[in-house]
Write a protein that binds this ligand. Structure first.
Ligand SMILES: [Fe+2]
Ligand SMILES: [Fe+2]
Length: 128
């Protein structure tokens, strides 16, 4: 990503995903689950706002579009938590799929565009 902070956060997001899979396999109960989901959401919010800050620093042209996708991801996860809160005794497969999908797909498809923009506009300048 050309930002040490964002790279570290992406790695940490993968760790969260691993943890979710682990919780699903071990049928972790809501006592562990709720603080975990709270932590995940907090972390995602922090990562998204740091990433948005980075985009604005490099004048990334699709900042507002990317921001919208971030908000959508948060909303989607919050919605599962709200909808399933009464029955949320174990981590659901749905939550695992959504988080996995959003974290992996978003990083690969959208965040990679920020890195590409940075490379095109800031890294090649010295070679010309
Ligand atoms: Fe990201
Ligand atoms: Fe992003």
């Amino acid at each position: 990503m050309h930002s040490e902070l964002l790279d570290t956060q992406h790695k940490e997001l993968y760790e969260f995903v691993k943890e979710i899979t682990h919780m699903n396999l071990s049928f972790a109960h809501s006592k562990k689950l709720k603080p975990f989901l709270r932590e995940l959401l907090l972390f995602m919010n922090r990562h998204f706002s740091d990433e948005e800050e980075f985009m604005s620093q490099i004048n990334y042209p699709n900042l507002s579009e990317h921001k919208k996708i971030h908000r959508q991801i948060i909303l989607e996860i919050e919605e599962i938590i709200i909808k399933e809160s009464k029955t949320l005794n174990t981590m659901s497969k749905k939550m695992e799929d959504v988080v996995k999908n959003l974290v992996f797909k978003h990083t690969a498809n959208e965040d990679s565009k920020i890195a590409k923009f940075y490379e095109d506009n800031f890294l090649n300048k010295n070679e010309i």
